[in-house]
Each structure stands twice: as C-alpha cells, then as structure tokens.
Design a protein around this ligand. Sequence first.
Ligand code: PBG
Length: 330
Amino acid sequence: MIVGKFPNLRPRRLRKNENIRRLVRETRITLDDLIYPIFVRYGENIVEEVPSMPGVYRYSVDKVADAVKEVRDLGIPAVILFGIPEHKDEVGSDTWSEEGIIQQALRKIKSEVPDIYVITDVCFCEYTSHGHCGVLHDHEVDNDLTLENLKKQVVSHAENGADMVAPSGMMDGMVKAIREALDEAGFKHIPIMAYSAKFASAFYGPFRDAAESAPAFGDRRSYQMDPANSREALKEVLMDIEEGADIVMVKPALAYLDIISKVKENVLVPVCAYNVSGEYSLIKAAGRLGWVDEKRVMWETLLSIKRAGADMIITYFAKDVANMINKGEV
Ligand code: PBG
C-alpha cells in the first residue's frame, strides 16, 4: 500500500479543527449502538443502587417500567433484563415459572412501555442456590440436563413478551436447543443473541454483587472460556452461528478487543460486545477519585469497542452516553 511521504503528506492537515476532524472521523457512537442492562428484583417499591456500580440500580417490578421509560425517552433502542428472584433452588425453577421475576417484569414492561426492545438474559446462576449456570451433577454443571431447562426458560420468556433471548451460560449446544424449542412453541420470529465467546473473567465481579450470582463453590472455568484463547473464541462463534445464532457476542469487551475484531472479520452476522460491570466500575471509581476524566475515558472506551468491530454494545454507560449525545456534548 502506498501512502506517500513527508513533506508531501502532512497528516496534521486533516486534524486542524473540529469541522475537518468530523469529516474524516471513521467511527461514531450513536444511540443506535446501545443496549442498557436492567436488574429486576423481588420485593416492592425498591430502587436501590448497586454499591459497587454507582449509578446502576436494582428495581422491583412495580418500579421497573419507570426505569425503562427513562431509557426509552433517552432514545436508547433496547434493554436487557437480569432477574434476582425471591427464592432460589437447585435447578433455578424461577426461570420458567409464570410468576418468575423476569416473567413479571416482561409483562409490566410490555404493557407500559411497548415501544422498547426487550432482550432477556437467559441463564441460571442468579436463580440457583449454588450459583452455577445450570443443573449440578456430582458438583459439575451437567450440560445436557441444563439444555432441557434452558428450553423451558426461553419459551416462557417468549410467551411473556421477550423480543429476543440471549443465552449466557456457555453450555454446548445451547443455541440449537433454544432455536428448536422456540420454533416448536411457535416463536420462529424471536431471534437469539448468543453470548458465544464469553470468558471466565474477573471483570464480572460487580455484576455478581448486583445479581447475587457468585458461585457458592468453585468457579465457572469448566464452562466459560479461558481468557488466553482466541482461536477457540472463533470456534465457539462459528458453532453458534451454525446452530442458529442471529447475533453473536463477545464478553467482556475491553480486555478482548482483539477477539471482537477477529470475530467481526470472520462472520456475517452482527456482533455485540458486552462492556461488563468491572469495566464500568473501574472507570467510575477512578473518575470519582479524580484520577481520570470519567466522561472522556468512558467515551474513548466505547469508541474502542466500536472501532474493534462491535455493531452494538451492552453497557451500563448507555444512559450517560445518551445524555452526552442528546446534550450535544459530543
Ligand atoms: C450470567 C451473566 C453474567 C454476566 C452477564 N450474564 C455473570 C457471570 O457469568 O458470572 C456479567 C455481566 C457483567 O459483569 O456486567 N447470567
């Protein structure tokens, strides 16, 4: 590739002022890129801040519609729901109960805010007494037994109004099982966003506080991916597409920008990146200490995720970003 050379070329010419910088800017963050995570919990009249995630709240069902309205009014197209049930059990049966926390939240949101796109996180760790992402057998998550329960969970989500389901448990064959279950139940039109390359990451720490989903023993390394692996991430992504994933996800985002970029170059489906809780909390904490400029670091982080190839970003910063965009600060 010939680029030319100095003094004929002076790249600074195209950086002279904001107008020319706008014209040559290659990557943009818009409202269209954003998905906002919402935590719904049992109880009534509750809006409580997550201690390790300033600015992020857990809402009881009676409060969740207002929270979603705020997101909709900011111009954000979608939310993804996480549930904290009142009762946990060995298998996480709240996930397919008609009175489950997500089912209640879906009905509430769909009746009061019908014009926002609602994605449900599909997993078991917040719902099981042991905190693992499926059914245990000899202290191990049993893959195929878990698939059976995943089918019940997604059908129940779809029946209660979910627009899209997002399985995050990293079970082998989960996308195939879910696609078949949805199709059989008459939900052929409901897409699947697969957490395809989900790594066993320490960046999920604050989320596990928020969702009360830390495993009671052991860790998730027998199902989530080894952070050291890149080709395996592509294998997971390609397998999920083969099984019927409409959108694939890389998670976390920031320490995995190379994976996002690699996935984007190798697939034809949209790529989502999850800017996870720990990534959020690090920036919030340093911002509060006055050690970094929180807004600018946030913007630069999201830009890097977009530039790496993400078509959409799940981020706890979505409302902050939307406010900045709407106020013309960026
Ligand atoms: C699993 C799930 C997790 C996150 C999203 N879905 C936690 C985990 O795997 O332990 C983490 C999200 C975040 O850290 O923001 N249901």
